[in-house]
Design a protein around this ligand. Structure first.
Ligand code: HEM
Length: 301
């Protein structure tokens, strides 16, 4: 049923949406445009990029650093206790550091390595004996890979021991499990690349396990019923054939140098983004200092 407008409503702008804000909003926008005409640093474009005042005060100088992504990649504020080595063991950070070392040394190794049966092992010998610092380069890659497997497991252990898999971090735990799988797969695919006896037999045994995959392996549960044979099952897809040979080497190389590093990097971005969104690292209960207590008084001598 229509009612008479009250005395206040009748004074409103007829174009108003009814909440009474339109006039003041319109005025503010107009004022903003006028100001911007005089000084572009007061305009919307400028203030949406530079979010602090420009006059030279200690506060503005620190805001200039804190709000700049290049000068301050890390969060401006963190829980003091959450980043203690005693709490994190630093293992997530060290795993990330090792991943960067692996990426850089891996790119340099690619300059000398050909993923073919005739060339691969020769390239390893060449790196070892002839390339300047080649042996150092190869061993940096190898040892960083061994270390990363250990640090990722230790990181997972610490996350478990501190109960950091619990809400709201259960999604990030899931992302972490995928990171662990990709790290292991990177290690496994790298194993074959020297094309030596060690790698050859390791990959022979490893991929033979894929024969027993349920549904997808020709020796696995329900595999034969799904029409799997040694020439069309998941092992065949991994090796690019029914034996560990040149196709397997090429596939391992492409997964190792392109596919897996890209996938792992994408999940790392999600992992780090989630840490921020979940309220930073979980951290122990905050340590209270004496003066945090209300009725604290300095001890008498
Ligand atoms: C490539 C491997 C990984 C990297 C580089 C990585 C990196 C990191 C970093 C830098 C942090 C910050 C805290 C810290 O350093 O401990 C973190 C936190 C976390 N990570 Fe990982 N991580 C990896 C794998 C994993 C795995 C395997 C899991 C578990 C399955 C996991 C689960 C978590 C969780 C739940 C947090 C939040 C912990 C908290 O808030 O206390 N991450 N990760």
């Amino acid at each position: 049923m229509a009612t008479e407008p009250t005395s206040t409503e009748s004074k409103k702008d007829p174009k108003s949406n009814g909440n009474g804000d339109d006039q003041s909003l319109g005025r503010k926008i107009k004022e903003g445009i006028d100001l911007a005409k005089n000084d572009p640093r007061e305009g919307q474009i400028w203030t949406s990029v530079i979010r602090h005042k420009l006059d030279d005060s200690p506060r503005n100088r620190s805001l200039a650093v804190l709000s700049n992504v290049f000068l301050h990649l890390h969060p401006a504020k963190i829980n003091r206790d959450a980043v203690r080595y005693g709490f994190t063991w630093g293992m997530g950070g060290i795993s990330f550091y090792l991943f960067i070392v692996l990426t850089l040394t891996g790119v340099f190794l690619m300059f000398y390595y050909h993923p073919t049966k005739g060339q691969a092992f020769r390239d390893i010998l060449y790196l070892r004996h002839d390339v300047p610092y080649g042996n150092l380069l190869r061993n940096m890659h190898r040892w960083a890979a061994h270390a990363m497997i250990i640090t990722v497991w230790l990181h997972m252990l610490r996350v478990f021991l501190t109960g950091s898999y619990k809400p709201p971090r259960e999604f990030n735990w899931g992302v972490g499990v995928l990171l662990l799988v990709f790290t292991m797969l990177l290690s496994f695919t790298g194993y074959l690349l020297p094309d030596d006896q060690l790698g050859f037999w390791a990959v022979t045994v490893g991929t033979n396990m894929a024969r027993a995959t349920p549904f997808l392996g020709h020796e696995g549960p329900f595999g034969p019923q799904m029409g799997m044979t040694a020439f069309n099952d998941v092992r065949f897809a991994l090796l690019g054939g029914s034996i560990v040979d040149s196709n397997a080497l090429l596939r391992a190389y492409i997964w190792h140098c392109i596919g897996l590093p890209i996938v792992l990097s994408v999940f790392l971005i999600v992992h780090f983004w989630r840490i921020r969104k979940d309220g930073s690292i979980s951290g122990p209960a905050p340590i209270k200092l004496e003066h945090d207590f209300k009725d604290w008084a300095p001890a008498k001598a």
